[in-house]
Design a binder for this molecule. Structure first.
Ligand SMILES: OC[C@H]1O[C@H](O[C@H]2O[C@H](CO)[C@@H](O)[C@H](O)[C@H]2O)[C@H](O)[C@@H](O)[C@@H]1O
Length: 584
């Protein structure tokens, strides 16, 4: 098959049409705020002063000011330093105490209005008392994770990197003190199981507000996340809430925002046109952050990686790749590296990712359903066409009949390339990733018995299924979105897709994976007293590791997926919970 990669050019949406900085124009850059830039300097001094041990760079860009910026900057420059840029620990601590409010102080605890300790009709299929008691503890964690932005933020926004939001949110937990885009989908799935519809709707209202303000949903609600989005799942949130609550107003409010979001992912740098040898043009999307400097929340770390690169142009491009990987939610993974043992070869902007395009196809189909609900026939017609076109693109670019998987596709040229290329099978990434099975999540694929059987067999022999769930990849890289880590969202999409299919074998497989996942979450919870951000799928009860920050607890999407699984599959009274069926 001959594919022709046509330019990924196009107009940058108005909300983000800022000139690129520097001499190496590889796309737009959204300028950051003076406060973020200053806090990066504070972060650097903190590292020089305290050293690497227990250092979390994000902490420093989450601080808020006590006085205005210029007074604080002046005091910062007056601090006596030695040659390495460090300050004496007592001087630095005093400066921090005098000029900054602690990270997270501007996001205050908010009692969820719809929380009750045991909701009516909670997890009716969970019969085992021990599992029920644990599920109620997980349900109670929503109270710990519920926040609202303090009034001080809207009073003095220039003192904060936290962005103002109209309503309460649920945060992932620990260092993730703000609301995150794609995490919110699984938080909402859990809230629906917890019958907390108001809380779920408030999250969606905030995300719609972000679209109204910025033109897209930000990675998270912080000033340093304005240059990128995250996997687009707002339509799925709205659609699932509507299906539970029948809230027509929510659909009416969401629809215009979703049309805007669709435009964001299908224009400018995110859009790539591929033409095949039969002259068919396919349009697909990719991740592409509007940033080409170190990520402020990981600035000191990014600079160390970039120091291995020789010139300024390579560094700029590497920084853009880092931020674009953060947009994918899979930060970081060998999935995005040209050379899996060299982190500086991250090249996500040259990849058409399977899962992103599935999320956008789902967005298109959800828009069709919602437009039908509100009687907007023009939108129904136009989005049916978009969905049809993307389905054809997915079939022809990603599907690999031999593997029975959808594979990411490497494009060899970056932004602005006009060059036609011959489609090669070798441009499909043949490595096994959990994302290769994400298409099965959506009804368009899980209702096709033939596809389901092929995919089920392929999944069974892929090596991804471990004792405690689905591994992210098969590569042991020390990156957190790789082997042996398993992540709640990936378990959920694959399990839900297999479970919805008409195949009995696929349904049993879904139940089996869900039980492995529930067991590991349960045992880790009993051992550590917490729900974790990620787990090690090699061993039941083990938590995940690797990556650029220490393992986090809380944890929004893990709680959501456990509750959603328990709602769907239940737990029989006589079935033991724990590793190898051993009761703790
Ligand atoms: O601080 C480093 C990075 O942290 C975030 O990514 C990770 O946590 C998110 C919240 O749970 C999650 O959505 C993401 O999938 C994780 O990899 C953040 O989203 C990144 O932008 C940030 O650079």
């Amino acid at each position: 098959m001959l594919h022709c990669l046509v330019s990924a050019s196009g107009t940058v949406p108005k909300a983000m049409s800022k000139p690129a900085t520097g001499n190496f124009d590889r796309g737009p850059v959204i300028p950051t705020t003076p406060l973020v830039t200053f806090l990066e300097h504070v972060q650097e001094t903190a590292l020089a002063t305290f050293g690497q041990k227990d250092f979390d760079p994000k902490l420093y860009v989450d601080l808020s000011l006590k006085s205005n910026l210029s007074t604080t900057v002046t005091a910062f420059h007056k601090l006596p330093r030695n040659a390495t840029g460090s300050v004496s620990i007592p001087d630095f601590k005093e400066f921090m105490h005098e000029y900054f409010d602690g990270a997270g102080n501007d996001l205050v605890y908010a009692e969820p209005p719809d929380f009750v300790p045991e909701p009516d009709g909670f997890l009716p299929k969970v019969k085992n008392p021990q599992v029920r008691a644990w599920a109620l503890e997980v349900h109670a964690l929503w109270k710990n994770l519920s926040r609202r932005v303090s009034c001080s933020v809207s009073e003095r926004p220039e003192f904060h990197t936290l962005l103002p939001l109209p309503g309460p949110v649920v945060i992932p937990g620990s260092r993730f003190r703000e609301v995150y885009y794609w995490d919110s989908y699984w938080v909402i799935r859990g809230l629906l199981a917890s019958k907390m519809y108001k809380t779920a709707k408030a999250i969606v209202t905030n995300l719609i507000y972000l679209i109204d303000t910025y033109g897209y949903v930000l990675n998270g609600a912080r000033a340093y996340y304005t240059n990128r989005s995250q996997p687009p799942l707002l339509s799925a949130m709205v659609y699932d809430i509507y299906n539970r609550t029948g809230d027509l107003d929510l659909v009416k409010k969401a629809l215009p925002a979703l049309l805007k979001e669709h435009q964001f992912w299908n224009s400018g740098i995110h859009k790539v046109n591929v033409q095949d040898n039969r002259g068919r043009n396919h349009t697909l999307s990719r991740y592409y952050a509007m940033w080409n400097k170190p990520r402020p929340e990981s600035s000191t770390t990014d600079k160390v990686h970039a120091s291995k690169l020789l010139n300024a142009s390579e560094k700029e491009q590497f920084y853009r790749e880092l931020a674009s990987v953060a947009e994918s939610g899979w930060d970081f993974s060998t999935r995005w590296m040209r050379n899996t043992s060299d982190f500086t070869t991250l090249a996500i902007t040259s990849i058409l990712p399977v899962d992103l395009n599935i999320f956008i196809l789902k967005m298109e189909l959800d828009i069709v359903s919602m437009a039908q609900i509100v009687g907007d026939n023009k939108t129904v017609e136009s989005f049916l066409k978009s969905a049809q076109a993307r389905k054809e693109a997915i079939d022809s670019v990603f599907w690999n009949e031999e593997n029975g998987q959808w594979l990411d596709y490497w494009i060899s040229n970056g932004t602005g390339s006009q060059e036609c290329q011959r489609w090669k099978a070798s441009n499909q990434n043949n490595n096994a990733f959990a994302s290769n099975f994400v298409p099965i999540w959506i009804d368009l694929f899980n209702s096709d018995t033939c596809i389901v059987e092929k995919v089920r067999k392929s999944f069974q022999s892929s090596g991804l299924l471990g004792a405690a769930g689905i591994a992210t990849s098969l590569t042991r890289s020390e990156e957190q979105w790789d082997f042996p880590n398993g992540w709640a969202p990936l378990q959920h999409m694959i399990v839900e897709g297999l479970g919805k299919s008409g195949s009995q074998e696929a349904k049993s497989m879904a139940q089996d994976i869900a039980m492995r996942w529930i067991n590991t979450n349960y045992v880790a919870y009993k051992e550590t007293g917490a729900m974790h951000e990620k787990y090690n799928v090699e061993k039941c009860g083990d938590i995940g590791g690797g990556g650029e920050y220490i393992p986090q607890t809380g944890f929004g999407w893990s709680n959501g997926v456990v509750l959603a699984f328990l709602e769907e599959f239940g737990w029989p009274a006589d079935l033991k919970i724990g590793c190898n069926g051993v009761l703790l």
